[in-house]
Design a protein around this ligand. Sequence first.
Ligand code: HEM
Length: 475
Amino acid sequence: MAVFMVALGVVLGLCFCTALLRWNEVRYRKKGLPPGTMGWPVFGETTEFLKQGPNFMKNQRARYGSFFKSHILGCPTIVSMDPKLNRYILMNESKGLVPGYPQSMLDILGKCNIAAVHGSNHRYMRGALLALVSPNMIRDCLLPKIDDFMRSHLSNWENKVIDIQEKTKKMALLSSLNQIAGVESISISQEFMREFFKVVLGTLSLPINVPGTNYHRGFQARKNIVNMLRRLVEERRASREIRHDMLGVLMNGEENRWKLSDEEIIDQMITILYSGYETVSTTSMMAVKYLHDHTNVLRELRKEHLAIREGKKPEDPIDWEDFKAMRFTRAVIFETSRLATIVNGVLRKTTQDMKLNGFVIPKGWRIYVYTREINYNPCLYPEPFDFNPWRWMDKSSESQNYFFLFGGGSRQCPGKELGIAEISTFLHYFVTRYRWEEVGAQKLMKFPRVEAPNGLHIRVSSYQTKDLSYAQKNL
Ligand code: HEM
């Protein structure tokens, strides 16, 4: 009898699940939608997506082609894996394809955040941001700050075991803070860092504003960060001093044609800190990993940096000419970003029903412009799973149509050169000062974010550079 009851329960359960799945499919069986499956009500296919990662995408593509529907991360979503179509979507924000980042992210990063604004507001905020990260600004103002910061951040690592993930995370955040407000940021940096890490977790969580949730903590942390930044703005204004940092440019309304309110200035600073944080830190960490595993690449990179050091005294900083001479370093950064796929893709949202690729996409649906697979396309990158920075030495590979490592179109990363300058300076001091080896087995996750869940531990020893010609001979 008991066996019968259990069997009946299982059969009924299966019938119920099948009916639920079917009902959900029927709900979304609108005319003109692309093929694909929608999974469970509410949860959709999020579990499969997060568990199987890139394989989920590849399996769905094998079944339904490069343009299919799904329901992931709480929203009905179209996944586009077609390079040409992805390019079209990125280039055509004005046709109604605006950023589609989760509500938790928009709430916590602020309503003036660049991802939250569209049309003329976006153009204005972006213009104001581009003025902060222009080549002149990097050359005259930011690079000296980055150099100064990296020198100090990378001091006294020898004869220690360090977690390079933790170090690069701190580096990315504190270096940005230093570019924004220079010495004034030092006194708040520790408290700021604690709150900022809560903000990051909050933006990646479900938007449930109940005490104890990451979203709630992130929201509270935003308030604390806003207070700290507001104090910086007020103190700077009271001092009447004009300083050569990002805040100085943002507040110097007379010389700067982009005039922002205090609220906009604060959200702009949060945008810069947030956008450059994970991208710069993870690329730096993965570069260390790949350089460790590919000694021929490390040798070439060291050669480049030792040549730059050779003409300098130990206290001389990296300048703009040095940065421009780091051609192989740039190639290492692109290759790291490609092979590790630091950014899987970008999210857009339709603002009206719209025709795309012969289908009608309803208003409010997300479009996941999934660019990951392009990174492993053998036509674009022969032997795509090899770590081969030399493939980037031809400058034109950076301007090919499907170069999406930094996005594309009107939202293409404005901080690209700044990010490259930061990672290059980090690598400069890292490879000219140190040797390193990994300690123990390292676990790396590549999806949905690249991270080392238990840290990436390395034993660091000093690299003697006192006699550079000797060092160069003995790379
Ligand atoms: C290696 C480092 C970096 C990578 C790989 C990277 C990647 C990207 C990508 C893929 C996008 C496109 C997002 C989209 O289309 O929705 C983007 C946008 C953006 N990035 Fe970066 N980024 C990097 C560094 C930085 C830095 C250092 C900053 C600091 C200023 C920054 C600021 C931004 C901003 C503000 C946007 C949004 C632009 C807009 O909406 O108009 N990024 N980035």
